[in-house]
Structure formats: C-alpha cells, structure tokens
Design a protein around this ligand. Structure first.
Ligand code: NAD
Ligand code: TYD
Length: 360
C-alpha cells in the first residue's frame, strides 16, 4: 500500500552527529511527514546512529553526494520534496586546516548544488516550501575574552577554512533568497555536545582518552572559550524554526553557556573519573599542553534572545546534567567509539577522502 504523506522533508547529513538527532526527532514527532535522509556517509556519517528508527514507515535513506547536482534534481522530483533542512557538511576545523579543498567542495559547492536543485524544482510555486540552512556561530569570527556576544546583526568575519566555507554557503543561501525569491531561513548555532559526536571533537575525544589513559592535547594554554549547547536542544530549535521561523530571517541558537576549555576539561576529568570508579584527580596528569591551533578563535558566545523572544525557544537541559548524560553515553557505548576509530574504518575513509576531494 502506498503511504500518503502531508510533507516530504529532505534532511541532508542526517547520518552525522546533529543530523541523526534531528532525523530521530522529526521521524517520531511527524508520522505524517516523509523524512528523507540524504547522506554521503563520509567518515562522519554513520547509519548505526539511526538503528532505532531505520524501519519506521516515514523514514527513508538515500546515499548520495550533495555535490552531485543531477542526483539532487532527481531526488527533488522523485520524492516531491517541499522542505529541506541542510546539515551535510565537512565540520571539523582541524581537518579544514589540513585540507581546505574538501570544505569548499562540500560546504560551498554542495550547498550551491542543493540550492539550485530546490530553485529549479520549486520555480514559481514556492509557497509552503522552505530551504533551511543549518550553520554555525563561527562565521561571526572571534570575540574578546570578556564582553560582547554574537547577534544576528554581527558582520561575518570567518578565520578558519571551515568557517570561511560556512560563511560562503550562508551568503549563497541569502543570495538565492534575494535574487530568485527562494524561501530560505538560516540558523547559526554554538558548539554542540552529546551522543554520536565523532571523536575528533573536544568532548568525545577527551572522554575516550581519559578512559584509555591517553594524553589530552590541550591547544595553547586552554584559555579559549566556547559556548556549549546540548545537541537535542539544537534539534528542537531547528524543528521550531523550520515550522515557525520567518522566511528570509536568521536565528542565533545558543544556551548562554560559556566555558574556558581548561575548565571544561576539568569537569570532564571529574565526571569521567567518578563514573569509571577512579579516585578523584587520578586522570588529571593526562592534561598535555600542545602547540596552539593555527588561527585559533579566542571566544565564541551566542546571543539567542531573538529566538526566545520571537519563537519561545529555551534550552531544556542544564550543562551539568547534559555533561553527565554525555559522559555516561560514551562510557556505555565503547563499541560505537571503537567502530568509528578502528583502523579499518579510518583506512576506508582515508581512501575515499583522497580519491574524492583532492583537486586533480
Ligand atoms: P558531522 O560531521 O557529524 O556530520 C556531517 C554529515 O554530513 C555526515 O553524516 C556526513 O556523512 C555528511 N556529509 C558530508 N559531506 C557530504 C556530502 N558531500 N554529501 C552528503 N552528505 C555529506 O557534522 P555535525 O557536527 O553534525 O554538523 C552538522 C551541521 O551543523 C554542519 O553543517 C555544521 O556546520 C553545523 N553546525 C555544527 C555544530 C557543532 O557543534 N557540531 C555547531 C553549529 C553548526
Ligand atoms: P572543537 O571540538 O574542535 O570545536 P571548534 O573548533 O569548532 O570550536 O574544539 C573545541 C575547542 O577545544 C577549541 O577551542 C579547540 C579546543 N581543542 C583542544 O584544545 N584540543 C583538541 O584536541 C581539540 C579537538 C580541540
């Protein structure tokens, strides 16, 4: 029997960290929407993140590269896509420093390919359609140690190849709105943490290293500040903006939760040691100060009052509770960590990566 759906929503990058939480939320909350998860399954995309929902009647997975414009056109037509939530991206700053081409390819050209496919598919019948770009606060650059927040009116001032590529994709999204009238919305969120994050990012990397008594490489003096938000709160914000946001608008997402890296690392040490049954302080010796990241942004801090004022969004979880849940999850899911860090996995990825993203 052919199922009828009220809407057909394309979520790109749904097998990644934030995308998998969003796909799960949308599949459960909207049984009358078909959720099409399109992902290339790079090293960061893992279908194991969605095992619990893969058999749901309103869920569909497509393995594809957003840079493949013809394939994107086919997807829009075949599934009658009327909403896009675009998360697919290369997302790690350190990788962007080593291989900026991959970031321009996926984040800029891939986004352009999706925008063009949406614009052609929706031409002249754009009511009830929406192209939502999930972006980062890193496009705004860096703040001084004390004082000031990023608001939606901040000028763009990206410093890393990652943030430059996300800034560029945001500009293309606005250009499609202003030039072709494509119904778009953008959100810029602070650093996320929670389950299913690839262990190259600070929090899962350090939890895993503490468990295995491996050094914790702290860049510079550990004085950089990041503003942390629990990933499920980000997913709820996206779902809200997707349904209630103003077309053409931008929304900042963050929980007013700034942490100096070294202070956050001390919390991770304390919670992880406690949950492993180790005496307090026994893993502190793992802290290892290493050469700073090139162009390391000093401080990010998001002002999300517009989102609260206009759409009523607030984070649901206190940081202490979120960190406790997160450390527990990684400790209880060692197999997931082992799988994504295994030699076989990384070897496979390395081959894919070298073949597909290096300019010839
Ligand atoms: P992630 O690296 O965990 O996941 C990215 C996903 O995109 C993976 O599943 C990967 O396979 C897929 N992908 C990559 N290239 C692709 C391509 N060419 N075609 C199709 N799929 C492709 O990233 P994340 O941390 O979940 O971030 C998701 C989005 O949110 C990104 O756009 C990122 O810029 C943005 N964001 C992330 C954070 C954060 O703290 N992680 C904060 C704000 C915004
Ligand atoms: P990261 O998780 O890579 O996110 P982003 O660079 O997008 O903010 O890093 C968070 C902070 O932690 C950032 O200031 C860099 C720092 N960091 C380290 O000190 N050591 C590490 O090994 C990593 C991965 C990050």
């Amino acid at each position: 029997m052919m199922l009828e759906f009220k809407r057909n929503i394309l979520i790109t990058g749904g097998a990644g960290f934030i995308g998998s939480h969003l796909v799960r939320l949308m599949v459960h909350k909207y049984p009358n929407y078909r959720i099409v998860n399109l992902d290339k399954l790079t090293y960061a995309g893992n279908l194991a993140n969605l095992k619990d929902i893969e058999k749901e009647a309103n869920y569909l997975f497509i393995k594809a590269d957003i840079c493949d414009f013809e394939e994107m056109q086919k997807v829009f037509t075949e599934y009658d896509i009327d909403g896009v939530i675009h998360l697919a991206a290369e997302s790690h700053v350190d990788r962007s420093i080593k291989d900026p081409f991959a970031f321009a390819q996926t984040n800029v050209l891939g986004t352009l390919s999706l925008l063009q496919a949406a614009n052609l598919a929706w031409n002249n019948k754009q009511t009830e359609k929406l192209f939502y770009h999930v972006s980062t606060d890193e496009v705004y650059g860096s703040l001084p140690l004390t004082g000031g927040y990023f608001t939606e009116n901040n000028k763009y001032d990206p410093h890393s190849p990652y943030s430059a590529s996300k800034a560029s994709s945001d500009h293309f999204v606005r250009a499609y709105h202003d030039t072709y009238g494509l119904p778009t919305v953008i959100s810029n969120c602070s650093n996320n943490y929670g389950a299913f994050q690839f262990p190259e990012k600070l929090i899962p990397l350090f939890i895993n290293n503490i468990r295995h008594n491996k050094p914790l490489p702290v860049y510079g003096k550990g004085e950089n500040i990041r503003d942390w938000l629990y990933v499920e709160d980000h997913a709820r914000a996206i779902e809200l903006i997707f349904h209630k946001g103003n077309i053409g608008d931008t929304y900042n997402i963050g929980g007013f939760n700034e942490w100096k890296n070294i202070d956050l690392i001390k919390v991770l040490l304390k919670v992880t040691d406690r949950l492993l049954g180790r005496p307090a302080g026994s893993s502190d010796k793992l802290i290892t100060y290493v050469t700073d990241r090139a162009g390391h942004d000093l401080r990010y801090a998001i002002d999300s009052t517009k989102l609260k004022r206009e759409l009523g969004w607030e984070p649901s979880l206190q940081f202490e509770e979120g960190i406790e849940k997160t450390v527990k999850w990684y400790l209880e899911n060692q197999e997931w960590l082992d799988n994504v860090t295994s030699g076989e996995y990384m070897e496979y990825y390395k081959k894919m990566y070298e073949r597909e993203v290096r300019p010839s």
